[in-house]
Design a protein around this ligand. Structure first.
Ligand SMILES: [Zn+2]
Length: 274
């Protein structure tokens, strides 16, 4: 968002999320978090390649906006958005909680369950995955070892292993799921969510992640063809082409391209609906 427009609570929550911060925060904390994240992706580090530099610039811009939003929030002495601890539902594993914050706002965009990649509002199908599409209301982790329960408005909770995302298409890898609907959700798939975290922690895994994305795109193309949905076919085909193009990219180019793709997916998914 433009720093000149007054940010809303959702912008503030998103900025906190992007910088891995939990409100309340000070200007110094914002600067420190921003610096730590930008130092990994700053376009100046990638001046040797235009494509790489562009990719890094996308992320840097998002981080700069987040910093501007939070500084303005602090300057205006506004109340921080309602942020509740959701540690029981967002923990993926205790050992390394970063870069995703342990707390997230209850306002939309809803908290993503790190184990399942699900959040409230997601459309899913339940085992054996051929019934009607249902909407997730939330998730609940039953003790540190799980299981994770997926909650619904009008039925009993279901174990997460028996829940599968439905009617969506992943903007990173192009994998998708039926049934074909008018408005499939465009959201990162659970595997891409996991890969994003790994990439941030372990850049050396970029080649493995690229291969996994290519394989998911391949699967996406056949699922989309089966569903006979032109938009899903186009996206999966485009993502497969993109992943293949990156086969020969150098390690830094690859890392930057993947980060940028994940970053754009998040940007889009986290944006207000409608
Ligand atoms: Zn994906």
């Amino acid at each position: 968002m433009a720093p000149s427009a007054a940010p809303g609570p959702r912008d503030c929550a998103r900025a906190l999320w992007l910088l891995g911060l939990t409100a309340p925060v000070t200007r110094e904390e914002v600067t420190a978090a921003w610096r730590a994240r930008v130092s990994r992706t700053h376009p100046d580090l990638h001046a040797s390649s235009a494509a790489k530099s562009d990719a890094a610039a996308v992320l840097t811009r998002a981080l700069n906006d987040a910093r501007a939003t939070l500084n303005r929030w602090i300057e205006d002495r506004r109340d921080w958005p309602d942020v509740r601890p959701r540690a029981t539902t967002v923990r993926f594993d205790e050992a390394d909680p970063e870069p995703w914050p342990e707390r997230a706002p209850s306002a939309e965009p809803a908290v993503v369950d790190r184990r399942t990649g699900l959040r409230a509002g997601d459309r899913v199908r339940l085992w054996p995955y051929d019934g009607d599409v249902e909407q997730v209301q939330g998730t609940e982790l039953d003790g540190p070892e799980g299981p994770t329960w997926v909650l619904f408005a009008d039925r009993a909770a279901v174990r997460s292993e028996r829940v599968r995302l439905a009617a969506y298409s992943c903007p990173v890898c192009g994998v998708c799921a039926g049934p074909a609907v008018d408005d499939p959700a465009v959201r990162p798939c659970p595997d891409c969510l996991v890969d994003l975290r790994r990439l941030d922690d372990r850049p050396a895994e970029a080649p493995r992640i690229r291969r996994a994305i290519e394989a998911r795109a391949e699967a996406g193309v056949s699922i989309a063809r089966e569903l006979d949905d032109g938009r899903l076919i186009d996206r999966a085909t485009e993502r497969r082409r993109w992943a293949r193009r990156l086969r020969d990219a150098g390690p830094e180019d690859l890392h930057a391209a993947l980060l940028a793709a994940f970053g754009r997916a998040w940007e889009r998914w986290g944006a207000p609906v409608g």
